[in-house]
Design a protein around this ligand. Structure first.
Ligand code: C2G
Length: 479
């Protein structure tokens, strides 16, 4: 008798799970299915599991493929089970290819092709709670989205759109999803989109996705003009769609904890915020050569402005930008100084100058400090007048952190608006306003002329060319 074993959460049981179990059963005579316990899913960082363990077990039982169902409770259990049940074959979907090579010491390991398309008709009938997401853009950020999305229950990444089919196909092959060049077909296949294309294309893509009735999660900076942000939010609201700006820090649990402590009164009244995020970038990268939309502020400004907006609000009295430029005139290091009625703030970001990345919040009774990478907040301290009095706080930050924003996006779509406060619409509008003011003050037309004078490094109409050609290249800072 050939014994086969497979594992999974099997939340909101769908076609992909069903087909996996069907083929797993066909590999042998006896199928054991390990259903993950709530505690185990929590420990491995899987978010948003909706069904209880009892419901998930019952749903697996109802498929009729399992001869025996067990509960998976710990990471080391697979090895123990293989020995305990005298397993011949361990199988799991191909999204896990390579992850279970260690099981080869105990049994044969077979990765079964994952189901690419969870069909809408089946979902509508069986379960409406799974959101099919499509990705616009196929570069570095998009690449990080998929493994993170797979750890959020209730989301199925269906496909990727890129006007440049070759880039879309390369990406789709790697991640076993569909590639689309035709945007209409792409929208038909999804309920929501994640936009990970260059900044200047965001407005157009958001508008078209909303007009097709799709929810939108857009990478920061969502748009570069205040009026555009207002228009898009208004449209989304009027059509009962979710438009969500993806600044991952805003959704990470450690950052929420930090804001909670800062506002709790423990450090008194907040009077000063100093925040810095720098990342040395390749001088040839898009970020440091795109004279229209590149530079440190468009790339990192959303992160450094976030704690300031959260703590002081959107109504500053003064804003000033001080800029250090690279040879081509682009800002490689930028300082934003803000004055509020009851406080002040400086936000610093850099792609060509390195500094200490830190978030420092000073109050009338003490200060809170989070060191780099504070934007992936996992640890911070509160200090008082007495240097020996220090409170230490820590919080988990899993993987690349994108799973938190995906999970919150999903909750918003499903009508649980409990995370709306993490990055409000008016905060997103304020960010777009800040970008607009900066780009206007910079007068990028001038930079272009200066750059031509300096070195002739400017490629005529770089921005336009990029929009017309592929959107796959290097366009986002990796950190
Ligand atoms: N699956 C699939 N096609 C999909 C979605 C999932 O073939 N479109 C497969 C997965 O690869 C997995 C099984 O269905 O083999 C269960 O999927 P999940 O419930 O998402 O569980 P998972 O997080 O993949 O856990 O110890 C747990 C295992 O590592 C798998």
């Amino acid at each position: 008798m050939t014994k086969v074993i497979t594992y999974g959460t099997f939340d909101l049981l769908h076609e992909g799970h069903y087909r996996l179990l069907e083929r797993a059963k066909a590999l042998g005579d006896y199928l054991i299915v390990g259903v993950t316990s709530e505690a185990y899913d929590k420990a491995r960082g899987k978010l948003n599991v909706v069904d209880s363990l009892a419901t998930r077990i019952e749903n697996v039982r109802k498929t009729g493929f399992a001869d025996e169902i067990i509960v998976e409770e710990t990471p080391g259990q697979k090895v123990q089970d293989a020995q305990k049940y005298h397993v011949d074959i361990f199988t799991v979907g191909s999204d896990w290819t390579g992850s279970f090579e260690y099981m080869k010491d105990y049994c044969q390991v077979i990765y079964l092709e994952r189901t690419k398309n969870i069909s809408s008709t089946l979902l509508r009938v069986q379960n409406k709670r799974i959101q099919r997401i499509g990705i616009i853009g196929s570069g570095r950020i998009a690449k990080r989205f998929i493994p993170e999305a797979r750890l959020v229950s209730g989301v199925s990444v269906q496909g990727v759109y890129n006007p440049h089919l070759e880039s879309a196909e390369k990406f789709a092959d790697k991640w076993e999803i569909e590639a689309y060049q035709d945007i209409e077909k792409f929208y038909e296949a999804v309920d929501a989109v994640y936009i990970a294309a260059p900044h200047e294309t965001h407005y157009g893509y958001i508008k078209s996705a909303l007009e097709h009735g799709r929810h939108v999660l857009c990478e920061k900076p969502m748009v570069l003009e205040k009026a555009q942000a207002e228009e898009l939010f208004q449209y989304a609201r009027a059509h009962e769609l979710i438009l969500f700006e993806g600044i991952k820090t805003a959704y990470c649990p450690g950052f929420s904890k930090l804001l909670g402590v800062a506002c709790s009164g423990t450090i008194g009244n907040i009077r000063n915020v100093e925040v810095c995020f720098t990342k040395l970038e390749n001088p040839k990268s898009r970020e440091l050569t795109d004279l229209r939309y590149g530079g440190s502020l468009t790339e990192l400004g959303s992160y450094v402005m976030l704690p300031i907006l959260k703590l002081f609000g959107e109504k500053y009295e003064e804003i000033r930008f001080d800029v250090s430029r690279g040879e081509n005139g682009l800002d490689i290091f930028t300082k934003i100084s803000l004055v509020y009625p009851n406080g002040m703030a400086t936000a610093t970001c850099g792609l060509g100058v390195k500094s200490e990345g830190r978030l420092l919040i000073a109050g009338t009774k003490g200060y809170l400090v989070a060191e780099a990478p504070w934007w992936k907040t996992s640890y911070f301290e509160v200090h008082y007048e007495n240097p020996l009095e220090v409170e230490k706080y820590s919080e988990r930050f899993l993987g690349d952190g994108l799973r938190y924003e995906i999970s919150d996006f999903l909750s918003m779509i499903n009508g649980r608006n409990s995370s709306e406060f993490k990055l409000t619409r008016s905060e997103s509008v304020a960010l777009a306003d800040m970008m607009e003011q900066f780009l206007k003050a910079e007068n990028r037309q001038n930079i272009r002329l200066k750059a031509q004078d300096i070195k002739g490094v400017f490629h005529e109409d770089l921005g336009t060319q990029r929009m017309q050609s592929e959107i796959s290249g290097e366009y986002a800072v990796s950190f």
